[in-house]
Design a binder for this molecule. Sequence first.
Ligand code: RBF
Length: 163
Amino acid sequence: MASHLKNLSDFSHTTIPNGEPFKIAIVVAEWNATITGALYQGAFDTLIKHGVKEDQILSMPVPGSFELPSAAEILLTKHVGLDAVICIGCVIQGDTKHFDFICEAVANGLTNVSIKHSKPVIFGVLTTNDEQQALDRAGGKHGNKGDEAAITALKMAHFAATI
Ligand code: RBF
């Protein structure tokens, strides 16, 4: 959790699987669009950089982070052949309890969809106290969590394909 301890977007120490065989969906929440757009771009560029074909990336917007689990469920039910779904969102703490409800629903929802379908569903959702913390993790001083979500998708798709 302590992201100040290391650059989490530095993958020089790990082996990243070739993405050429994989078909991957990226679902992006439209809330906090500046941040989710930067996360999306990081994820997309990282998939391309590691060999995923552009026509094998399915990009889909949803209104907010709360919609990410149902979108992942719909995609994995209706879209045969997906190797992973990357879910991107940004929930920023406000004055009401919405933050807690949304974060918990998304984390539990994505876990359940992943287990139900035996497919990687990646939690690329920032849950921050303020906008600056989110900017720092969307291409700022703490890297880009979209890049990290894409690497996780490749590693887990490779894991599922080789097991
Ligand atoms: N969606 C987000 O992705 N990030 C947020 O920070 C966020 N904050 C919200 C705050 C309130 C008070 C409400 C009502 C919704 C918020 N949403 C947010 C939208 C939510 O994920 C969902 O799209 C809507 O609640 C409709 O189901």
